[in-house]
Design a protein around this ligand. Structure first.
Ligand code: FES
Ligand code: FES
Length: 158
């Protein structure tokens, strides 16, 4: 089945079985390996992408469900060669260890800050509760999202 969608700012078309998992289409057919596949069952958040601006788990979506949607993967966050403020804050706050959960965490944080630009630490924890990290105690990740909220806020007030 031919499936067309808008991926990271570009019109994209793939010819794949309609029921192929979207995470496999992204990673294998389109070579966007920033999206990770962990549990494959909707439990770890590693495969998080944004669909029409909202967090979705690409391991639970079929290719057909991407038809006509606006999809953003971690590869699509940087703009004009500059990393997104959330990515910058993850780096600056040492919130990346093995990095497996990081793309999903970053995208979940982008969605969270879009909905709530000034979240409390509790709201950040809750907003990222669908994303598991095997390496950290989450403290630095929460620090990073808090710092990103400050950066984005400052950017808006300029
Ligand atoms: S791989 Fe999709 S939620 Fe774990
Ligand atoms: S940094 Fe390793 S799983 Fe989160």
């Amino acid at each position: 089945m031919k499936i067309s969608f808008y991926l990271n700012g570009k019109d994209t078309c793939v010819d794949v079985p309609a029921d192929r998992k979207l995470v496999s289409v992204l990673r294998e057919d389109l070579e966007l390996t920033g999206t990770k596949e962990g549990c494959g069952a909707g439990e770890c958040g590693a495969c998080t992408i944004l669909v029409d601006g909202h967090v979705r788990l690409s391991c639970l979506m079929t290719a057909a469900q991407a038809q006509g949607r606006r999809i953003t993967t971690i590869e699509g966050l940087a703009e004009n060669g500059k990393v997104h403020p959330v990515q910058e804050a993850f780096i600056e706050n040492g919130a990346v260890q093995c990095g497996f959960c990081t793309p999903g965490m970053v995208l979940a944080a982008v969605d969270l800050l879009d909905r709530n630009p000034d979240p409390t630490r509790e709201q950040i924890r809750e907003g990222l509760s669908g994303n598991l990290c095997r390496c950290s105690g989450y403290v630095k990740i929460v620090d990073a999202v808090e710092a990103a909220a400050g950066k984005i806020g400052r950017g808006k007030s300029r």
